[in-house]
Design a protein around this ligand. Structure first.
Ligand code: ADP
Ligand code: ADP
Length: 235
């Protein structure tokens, strides 16, 4: 079963015709539970694909569905994390990762009635990514790698069916990056959500993903798709 379906999507910034043609006739599908990676050179439209799938921009042509729902704006079943964790500096880590619960229904109503249950869930989530006990710290008291771990918790706390990742490890040093590869792979195996990871790092893509899509630039489209089915070493 396909979880993400992108079919013949064209997006031009600044309107059809005169603007910048970022992606043209882009078609790709990701199966339920799959870890997909999209790679390509800078400017090929990876971030645009991310914005389209999360409903932040709307295509001029084509259709995008997630779990059968037409994407016309942000969907509650989609979690996202970007290169910059952008945690709110005035909120403690625990309050930061609980943010989606305050916004996404049906959690928002339940959170008001049963806060303790959700605090426990958030603490368990921090534990899972190796941040047990760090909930009371402010984001600026965490290292870059720890902030990105918290960022992943925030993207997953409302248990979305789809996790969209845009260069989430790009700003980290090589050692921390590979540590985080282990974290995301463990999360994916435990929680069984679908992932689309956008990256310019082919090594990262092949290491993490079950399926890799390669995009070409100007205009962006998928030129190659490969299922990765060889054994990979565990981190
Ligand atoms: P990537 O993430 O692969 O680097 P992007 O999706 O950011 O690629 O960009 C694809 C193309 O669209 C590039 O040519 C870029 O300059 C252009 N572009 C991206 N965002 C905008 C925007 N808001 N307005 C105009 N052009 C844009
Ligand atoms: P990335 O390669 O990670 O997409 P960029 O530096 O290409 O990073 O883009 C950063 C942001 O600037 C993106 O949100 C993108 O949409 C926007 N952007 C990129 N190119 C343009 C452009 N030509 N005009 C306006 N905005 C742009």
């Amino acid at each position: 079963r396909n979880f993400v379906d992108i079919s013949d999507v064209t997006l031009s910034y600044g309107g059809e015709g005169g603007g910048v043609l970022a992606v043209e006739d882009l078609t790709m599908s990701v199966r339920e539970g799959e870890f997909a990676a999209v790679v390509g050179p800078s400017g090929c439209g990876k971030s645009t694909l991310m914005k389209l799938t999360t409903g932040l921009v709307v295509p001029q042509k084509g259709r995008i569905t997630v779990d059968g729902n037409r994407v016309k704006g942000p969907l509650d079943i989609v979690g996202m994390a970007f290169q910059n964790p952008s945690l709110l500096p005035w909120r403690r880590t625990l309050q930061n990762i609980m943010l989606p619960l305050e916004i996404v229904s049906p959690h928002a109503e339940r959170l008001r009635k049963n806060k303790a249950e959700y605090v426990a869930r958030a603490e368990a989530m921090l534990e899972l990514v190796g941040l047990g006990g760090f909930g009371p710290r402010y984001p600026w008291q965490l290292s870059g790698g720890m902030q990105q771990r918290a960022n992943l918790c925030r993207a997953l706390i409302h248990e979305p069916g789809l996790l969209m990742l845009d260069e989430p490890f790009g700003a980290l040093d090589a050692f921390t990056r590979e540590e985080l590869w282990g974290v995301i792979r463990d999360l994916h195996q435990k929680k069984k959500f679908t992932v689309v990871l956008v990256t310019h790092d082919l090594r990262e893509a092949v290491y993490l993903a079950d399926r890799v899509f390669v995009m070409s630039a100007r205009p962006g489209k998928v030129v190659l798709e490969r299922k990765i089915d060889f054994e990979r070493p565990r981190p």
